[in-house]
Design a protein. Sequence first.
Length: 183
Amino acid sequence: MKYSLRKKLLTIRMNLESDYVNQASKKIFANFDIFLKQNAFRSIATYYPLKSEIDILPLNKALFKQGIELALPHITKENSLSFRQWRLDMKLIWQRNFYQPPDSAKIIKPKLIIVPLLGFNRRGFRLGYGQGFYDQLLEINPDACKVALAYSKQEIIELPIEEEHDQPVDLIITESEIIACSR
């Protein structure tokens, strides 16, 4: 069931009109900025956008210019997961279907984790690509605030959940609202 839902959601996201994507992205960033101004995060784990994900590179640049320490997910050949420091001038490595900092980058314990997704529900559960990396990263960073950025069109009422290992986020920020997730 998750496989076919992932395929459907990826197709929907890839077929979003460019005008909608541009306008919605601006509103998502504005809503994120409202959230950020209410909180003082000095270290933020973010992501490098892939496969029609929300292009948060402009947001990453703005955060970096504000002096916020950025991190990206990192996985070793032994499948050890962490967040590692990311400077915008750093050469990233393509591994395990995503861009990551080199092994030499400093390990970071972020206070805020921005999570990509294919679909979400209002309880804070998300559907990713099925590798489980973000679920593991969220689990090993229990004290971090977890936020997903999403288009409102990615909301799924009937989202299959495996509560024993699916890790929810605290907030979902869309172009139309900031959703405080309830479990």
